[in-house]
Write a protein that binds this ligand. Structure first.
Ligand code: FEO
Length: 505
């Protein structure tokens, strides 16, 4: 149903709560989307954009309830991708002679998709205007490659509304239409996700085009996007945000993503992340398994990061396919001014790490030395991974680091003892995750009882220690260093609980 926007403008679009993927499977939608279409009724009636082709009949039916279709004087198509021009065939079947205003490139894409060269196309260029009566005009601004060659924006004078199409939009569905009405955290997250995953390659154009539009000195009272909210509260905030994102955006953040066959590369990722944190507790470190986690969330984090670390075991001497796919996407997104490194575990040949490093350089990243570990990381290798993380933290620091000397000058085991938090909660797991017959929640960590891994049931026996991680026989749990990882499942000390009736007691 139509919703009043401003003056004689109504929203006549379509909400899509259910859609999960966009551009095939390339963009995962976590909050649905909307296809925004607008009806302007002045002396002339104008329709701005249509909706996705899956809603064609619904769109035309709703529009017919709002206006006699034969009284629509002009149709403006800002961008011809099927989520905006998809309902044109159904609409044009009813009003076949209605003039369509679009860029020259859009005629190619509209005709290419809908196969109606006979439609009444009218080409517009930047600065062209269309008088719609009552003293108002539409002003057209071509925005090629934001994000298709056919893209443009349309500005309505007097009301000062910019119909921006994809630009400044979000894949976000809410019953509210305006930016000041929705959850601000959700909105910010979806704006960034949209920019990072769709517009990053065109950042230089974003800056140039925004500056061009601003040079017209047109007042902007509202930005009516083609997806998500309409910006009416401080509408230019999203323009300023785009200028910031387009300027080689980065935060003090490092993203680590990996794939793993036997948890070995995962162990490396964990230790590297800990090493970074040792040196620079202020940096945000985000770790993802590409096979298990949301690809677009990972790419959003890459966008926000000053550097990335990419890990893969070697399989047939190449990287895991999900890592290769992610690197292909990252290459296409053409991130600028970011650093990167490769790491991975291997058994026979470590070809994956070398290939990752080459791909990262090809994608324009400034790379650091790679790190390989043969087979499952033992204690020495875990220490090397952690030291690698520390080294990266120092190399990539955006601010002065305190106490580096005191951390790095200590032997690792001492360091681990020093940095381990003597907090009973780290040795205590909620009863939910502990077998009731085997464990207790009330554990003193300085005793010599056996410790049970609550994930895989491997048992740490102080009398045996863990020679593969240089933990001597006779080492009580509270002296087991913080970098210790369960040799079975690769998880850290915090998932262990004491066994009440241990051999040691
Ligand atoms: Fe480029 Fe919303 O389509």
């Amino acid at each position: 149903m139509a919703t009043h926007i401003k003056s004689n403008i109504h929203w006549v679009g379509q909400r899509d709560w259910e859609v999960e993927n966009f551009h095939g499977m390339e963009f995962k939608l976590t909050k649905g989307t909307s296809y925004n279409s607008y009806l302007i009724r002045e002396e002339k009636n104008v329709l701005i954009d249509t909706v996705d082709h899956r809603f064609s009949l619904q769109f035309v039916q709703n529009l017919e309830m709002e206006i006699d279709l034969n009284t629509i004087d002009y149709i403006v198509i800002n961008h011809a991708e099927e989520d905006h021009s998809g309902a044109l065939p159904a609409l044009m079947a009813k009003i076949p002679n209605t003039p369509i205003y679009c860029t020259e490139n859009a005629i190619d894409s509209i005709t290419g998709q809908h196969h109606h060269p006979e439609w009444n196309f009218n080409i517009v260029k930047t600065g062209d205007t269309l008088d719609i009566g009552n003293g108002k005009k539409l002003v057209f601004v071509e925005t090629p490659m934001l994000h298709w060659p056919d893209s443009m924006m349309t500005y309505l004078t007097d009301d000062a509304v910019l119909f921006s199409n994809d630009a400044f939009g979000q894949h976000y569905c809410d019953e509210h239409l305006f930016n000041d009405e929705v959850d601000q955290n959700e909105l910010k997250e979806q704006c960034l996700r949209y920019y990072a995953n769709i517009l990053t390659p065109f950042s230089a154009l974003v800056t140039a085009k925004i500056k061009e539009v601003l040079s017209f000195n047109l007042p902007v009272d509202m930005i009516a996007t083609a997806h998500g909210v309409i910006w009416r509260d401080d509408p230019t905030q999203i323009i300023h945000q785009y200028l910031q994102w387009a300027d080689n955006y980065q935060e003090d953040r490092i993203t680590i993503f990996y794939d793993s066959m036997s948890n070995n590369t995962r162990m490396m990722a964990d230790a590297i992340a800990q090493g970074i944190h040792d040196i620079d507790p202020g940096v945000a470190v985000k770790v993802f398994n590409v096979s298990r986690q949301d690809k677009n969330e990972i790419l959003s984090n890459v966008f926000r990061s000053k550097g990335i670390l990419v890990g893969s075991p070697s399989m047939n001497n190449v990287m895991m396919p999900q890592i290769a796919a992610m690197l292909e996407e990252i290459t296409g997104l053409r991130f600028k001014a970011k650093k990167a490194g490769a790491f991975g575990s291997y058994g026979w040949n470590g070809g994956a790490v070398d290939r990752i490093n080459t791909r990262l350089m090809d994608a324009g990243f400034e790379t650091v030395v790679s790190l390989k570990t043969k087979w499952r990381p033992d204690g020495k290798a875990v220490n090397e991974c952690r030291e690698h993380g520390r080294d990266i933290a120092k190399k990539w620091a955006l601010h002065e680091l305190n106490n580096i000397q005191s951390i790095t000058s200590k032997p690792v085991t001492q360091c681990a003892q020093t940095t381990a938090s003597v907090d009973p909660s780290t040795a205590t797991v909620t009863s939910k995750t502990v077998p009731a017959t085997a464990a207790t929640k009330d554990v003193q960590i300085d005793d010599a009882r056996d410790m049970l891994c609550t994930v895989c049931n491997w048992v740490y026996e102080p009398a045996v220690g863990e020679p593969n991680q240089d933990i001597e026989p006779g080492t009580p749990w509270n002296e087991v260093p913080d970098f210790f990882l369960c040799p079975e499942c690769g998880l850290g000390k915090d998932v262990f609980v004491a066994i009440e009736q241990s051999k040691a007691s």
